[in-house]
Design a binder for this molecule. Structure first.
Ligand SMILES: CC(C)(COP(=O)(O)OP(=O)(O)OC[C@H]1O[C@@H](n2cnc3c(N)ncnc32)[C@H](O)[C@@H]1OP(=O)(O)O)[C@@H](O)C(=O)NCCC(=O)NCCS
Length: 179
């Protein structure tokens, strides 16, 4: 089983026991604000950690010093596989944001992707209002490829109408990758 590490982090597959740390951040409104789901209960966090433990797209990001899981990455191959394109996603505990942990973890996973998995293109999408997300992508050297209008909705307003959101599309080719 692949385990990646950086100066401060261990990036590994999920375990069912990660549910407590997962619940600590997925139960926060400010963390799930731009996610397609709402805050998770303890029960949902147990189920989600278990589900993720057998889903190779999810990576747990843990502090080397304490072992605490402070966030997760999502890295999923797209169909058709011959296009060698993967999607990157990330969610970090709000208490641990602003320390460069997400950037450090993404850089390591991208290195693994480009150098070991021989990926050609990585894409990432985010809501333009989620500045922390697209700033992270730009620090990682991703290019903004598009701004699509009213692509979907995850939430409703007080009258029950969908709150449509836009989407920024970002991409990074292996040929653009430089550590
Ligand atoms: C998107 C998200 C992962 C970005 O996290 P982040 O902590 O801002 O990103 P980084 O790891 O790159 O950290 C950069 C910040 O750490 C600071 N920093 C401190 N020490 C640092 C170090 N050693 N190295 C690098 N940066 C460091 C930087 O100055 C920067 O701060 P700033 O934002 O105030 O300028 C995070 O906001 C998040 O999880 N949001 C909720 C979930 C979400 O919306 N996910 C995306 C859905 S599309």
């Amino acid at each position: 089983m692949t385990i990646l590490d950086t100066d401060r982090l261990i990036i590994r597959r999920f375990k069912a026991e990660d549910w407590r740390d997962l619940h600590e951040y997925l139960s926060r409104e400010n963390v799930v604000k731009y996610e397609p789901y709402g805050v998770l209960t303890e029960k949902e966090s147990r189920e989600e950690a278990l589900r993720r433990s057998s889903d190779s797209a999810f990576w747990a990001v843990c502090l080397k010093e304490t072992g605490k899981m402070i966030g997760n990455l999502y890295f999923q191959e797209q169909e058709p596989k011959r296009f060698q394109t993967w999607v990157l996603g990330y969610v970090f505990h709000s208490d641990y944001q602003g320390n460069g942990y997400a950037g450090e973890a993404c850089r390591r996973l991208l290195k693994y992707g480009y150098e070991t998995l021989e990926i050609r293109r990585v894409i990432a999408m985010c809501n333009p209002e989620n500045q922390r997300s697209w700033k992270l992508l730009e620090r990682l050297n991703f290019r903004r490829e598009g701004h699509s209008l009213q692509t979907g909705y995850f939430k409703y307003d007080k009258d029950g109408n969908p709150i449509w959101h836009d989407t920024f599309l970002y991409a990074l080719l292996r040929t653009e990758w430089g550590e």
